[in-house]
Write a protein that binds this ligand. Structure first.
Ligand code: SF4
Ligand code: FE
Length: 482
């Protein structure tokens, strides 16, 4: 059954995850002030599913069990489903102004569903059944799943098996009758400490020598041998100061971690790939494709908040009517909606895989993500332009509340007379948060490198762009006969 937001929080509280931050074990991650905002972002995917207003986007009927499930645990059955996924992500981005983390599991679900089907067809294995059992378990219990792909990779010029340290890509270190033992790590794991389960996938296409590295499986995140080291975010410790104003977005955030798998046992029925190296590339390509589509939703929702914040700042500064400011807001909107167009386009042009599940158009999904590596940066640049320097030079809330200093801050940092200085500072702090504070991890650098760095999309665009056909078109028009 669907969980409420509160039930989700309590279900994570019951887990026994091994999490480290600032050199210490985090004994109570759920109530930790640095981690809690990221938990709240995932919670939004549960709260919205309870809201009658958003049922169409958030809740679907499982084609496998007939139950009502959260779309984040759904296998796309049509291009309509693919489009609704993007719309759901935009909505979640609007409500959190942060990364709500649950998409990686959804994208891993969809990549695994079709890939395991095709592995089984070739090898007569039972990975698809294994995966379906796991998937229905997660959907029925409304679990949050992390999709773990990115290995540390060591020397980028060398294949997994050729690395000096054999653990630079996660691998099978022992095969037993009842399962496998794996060792390695996954980096930049979005939302792992807010997830119930983790799906591990290979990170690159592999050859026969990389057999031990061509492994995919799922385990609960508190399985023995798994531990996480939380990554720092710019301005993260501001969250320890107890000031709502200074953090810009006090309720929501994202979180990333390095996850170490130190000889973790995986039972047979949780294995989705084990040595079928030629399918590693397919799984990677499909997962990356789905996640490149995802960014045409989530980043657009966050962009909506940033554009809104810039417009409010302009009003508070008294420049809302200036044509130059209006034009900048138009440009920001144009860029943001272009990303949405891309997310929808690769969905509309989606097709059925052999398994019946729908996949996006890979060329358009890669074009989508390539634009995401650029447009949020320009949107941020324009937001900073409109906001003015005060977004990075304003004094702290403590000074604002100080008996002696407060009245000077209030007096000298006022914009238009009918807006309080407090409100002006609040909106500027939100712009700071998204431009260069904790949320910039999700809105900027993740837009660059998340779901694959720009060059990864250019390789796919080159592969899918069909230059040969374009040359034929030109030759036909020019009456060239060779
Ligand atoms: Fe979802 Fe976007 Fe976060 Fe990826 S970056 S998990 S698509 S919100
Ligand atoms: Fe991401």
């Amino acid at each position: 059954a669907l969980m409420t937001g509160e039930q989700y929080i309590e279900s994570i509280r019951k887990m026994n995850m091994e999490i480290y931050m600032f050199g210490e074990k985090v004994e109570n991650p759920v109530d930790n002030p640095i981690l809690r905002p990221s938990l709240n972002s995932v919670r939004m995917t549960y709260d919205l599913a309870q809201d009658p207003q958003y049922q169409d986007l958030m809740v679907v009927t499982s084609p496998f069990t007939g139950e009502k499930i959260n779309r984040f645990t759904h296998i796309h059955q049509s291009t309509e489903d693919l489009k609704n996924k993007v719309k759901m992500q935009r909505l979640c981005g609007q409500k959190t102004a942060a990364c709500f983390q649950r998409c990686v599991g959804m994208d891993a679900f969809n990549a695994e569903f079709s890939t395991t089907y095709e592995i089984d067809k070739k090898y007569g294995t039972s990975y698809h059944e294994n995966f379906k059992k796991f998937m229905n378990y997660c959907a029925t219990n409304d679990l949050t799943v992390d999709g773990a792909m990115t290995d540390p990779k060591g020397d980028r010029s060398k294949a997994p098996h050729a690395q000096e340290d054999p653990d630079m890509y996660l691998r099978v270190v022992e095969r037993r009758p009842d399962g496998i033992v794996v060792r390695g790590a996954k980096a930049h794991q979005t939302g792992i400490c807010n997830s119930h389960e983790v799906i591990v996938m290979p990170t690159i296409a592999m050859g026969p020598d990389d057999k031990d590295y061509a492994v995919s499986f799922a385990v609960p995140v508190d399985t023995e041998g798994i531990f996480m080291i939380i990554g720092r975010q710019s301005c993260d410790t501001r969250k320890l100061e107890g000031s709502q104003m200074d953090v810009g977005n006090s309720e929501f955030g994202g979180v990333e971690a390095l996850v170490v798998f130190e000889d973790v046992f995986v039972p047979n029925d949780r294995i989705f790939m084990n040595g079928e190296a030629e399918f590693a590339g397919m799984l990677v390509e499909r997962f990356a494709g789905y996640h490149r589509q995802s960014y045409g939703g989530c980043k657009v929702g966050v962009g909506d908040v940033l554009i809104g914040a810039a417009a409010v700042a302009a009003e508070y500064n008294g420049v809302a009517k200036a044509s130059a400011v209006k034009d900048k807001l138009i440009e920001m909107t144009h860029l943001n909606e272009t990303l949405f167009c891309c997310g929808l386009a690769c969905s509309t042009e989606g097709t059925a895989t052999e398994s019946g599940a729908y996949i996006i158009n890979l060329l358009l999904a890669n074009v989508c993500k390539q634009n995401v590596t650029r447009f949020p940066y320009e949107i941020v640049r324009l937001a900073e332009d409109i906001a003015g320097g005060l977004m990075v030079t304003a004094p702290s809330e403590k000074d604002f509340r100080d008996e002696k200093l407060g009245k000077y801050i209030d007096k000298y940092f006022r914009g238009v007379a009918d807006v309080t200085t407090e409100n002006r500072l609040k909106i500027l702090r939100l712009i700071e948060n998204l431009s260069l504070g904790t949320a910039a991890v999700g809105y900027r650098t993740e837009s660059m490198h998340g779901a694959g760095s720009p060059q990864a999309q250019r390789i796919m665009i080159a592969r899918q762009g069909n230059l040969g056909a374009k040359k034929q078109l030109a030759k036909a028009i020019a009456h060239i006969e060779e």
